[in-house]
Design a protein around this ligand. Structure first.
Ligand SMILES: Nc1ncnc2c1ncn2[C@@H]1O[C@H](COP(=O)(O)OP(=O)(O)O)[C@@H](O)[C@H]1O
Ligand SMILES: [Mg+2]
Length: 369
């Protein structure tokens, strides 16, 4: 959980100091005041990237050259400081308890689940969004998965380069190099895909339960991991992918790219056995997206013994008051630290929330009641 957040020259915050409660808190205010910016800074501290931009310098206040995010977190009661120094034109420096750490060592230290309106596109959008969803979850749960993922990307790039070079001019040496990369590729793809299949199964079970509850028992949500290029069930992935690249060697050389593997797979959602991507209504897709986010909370709790911090950006007003109350009860029962943004704070019953903060052009006012 997060105890304390400090921002300096972050987006439209000149300077902010905020004590957070361990339970539910609301950040409300008109549009473009800085509500999402707060959640973004926390997400950044968790994943090492903003969900809205690839370029860290977008996060620095206009006209400034530096920004800082400072957090005090606590894990099983043990406090830790995380600090991020952002500078225009150089990469962000990260400190854990004042000691520098690499970005690749950050993930998993502060676990978060973010749910924003864009998450609707998780079901409708392109496969890379769903792969990214799985990868962020699994990386937060396991640093080893994250390292495998980084290595895997490197292997794909190298392998593709070799394939292209063989296409131009084949040689014994290049073919030997391809063999070496093939071996790495098979090992890493197998580890990654096995983890993902297992996670997808668990997500499916938990999300189905939530979805059924929220939909009044009418809808059966299923999530399945789809292996690109697979026909029917695959018993042994390692054997399957090895023989695939063996028998598709000429094709991959011709295309100069790795045609199958973890970077091409997908998650498939179905509601009552119909593919949700094509047929479900907006409402069903929204319910499904919410169920998946709640499943993420449970998954990370099972993996790490601790609930992640939940960031709900602008999604509560879309739920009817009954579902809203159900969701708040769910969060309270599990003691999940939650930061919620909304334009209207009155939709939240005072007894369910610890604090309401008004956000007004980069300043935050605690609402006493
Ligand atoms: N780098 C930046 N420097 C200063 N202000 C910024 C920067 N990036 C965004 N903003 C401002 O932040 C505000 C948007 O904040 P946001 O948190 O998205 O609003 P909302 O309250 O609607 O969630 C806008 O007023 C925008 O001009
Ligand atoms: Mg916003």
């Amino acid at each position: 959980m997060i105890r304390y957040l400090q921002l300096e020259h972050y987006r439209n915050y000149e300077s902010l100091e905020l004590d957070l409660s361990p339970s539910i808190q609301i950040f409300y205010g008109k549009n473009a005041q800085g509500k999402t910016n707060i959640l973004e800074s926390i997400y950044f501290a968790s994943i090492g990237r903003s969900h809205r931009t690839q370029d860290d310098s977008d996060l620095i206040s206009w006209g400034k050259n530096q920004a800082r995010i400072d957090l005090e977190t606590a894990r099983f009661g043990v406090p830790r400081r995380l600090r991020f120094n952002l500078s225009r034109g150089r990469s962000t420096r990260i400190f854990s308890n004042e000691l520098p750490i690499r970005r690749s060592d950050l993930i998993g230290r502060l676990k978060t689940v973010l749910f924003s309106p864009e998450d609707l596109s998780l079901i409708k959008g392109s496969p890379n969004l769903r792969r990214r969803f799985l990868d962020i979850e699994l990386s937060q749960a396991s640093p080893k998965y994250y390292r495998d993922l980084i290595d895997y990307r490197h292997v794909i790039d190298s392998r593709n380069l070799i394939l292209k070079r063989i296409r131009e001019k084949s040689s014994r040496k290049l073919k030997d190099m391809l063999e070496v990369w093939n071996e790495e590729f098979v090992t890493l793809a197998t580890r990654i895909v096995q983890r993902r299949i297992e996670a997808a199964q668990r997500f499916s079970t938990i999300a189905a339960e939530f979805h059924s509850q929220i939909s009044g028992g009418e809808e059966d949500l299923q999530i399945k991991y789809h292996i690109h290029g697979a026909r029917g069930k695959i018993e042994n992935y390692e054997e399957w992918i090895s023989s695939y690249i063996e028998s598709n060697r000429e094709n991959e050389i011709y295309r100069g790219s790795t045609e199958i593997g973890a970077h091409r797979d997908d998650l498939r959602f179905s509601i009552n056995e119909v593919n949700a991507k094509n047929f479900s209504s907006q409402g069903q897709q929204r319910t499904a997206a919410l169920s998946i986010k709640l499943a993420e909370l449970e998954f990370l709790n099972e993996e790490s013994g601790e609930y992640p911090v939940l960031l709900l950006d602008d999604v509560m007003s879309e739920l009817d008051s009954n579902r809203r109350r159900q969701l708040l009860d769910f969060l309270l029962k599990r003691k999940i630290q939650t930061l919620i943004t909304a334009t209207d704070a009155t939709i939240f019953p005072t007894e369910s929330v610890d604090a309401k903060f008004e956000v007004r052009s980069g300043q935050i006012f605690r609402n006493l009641y």
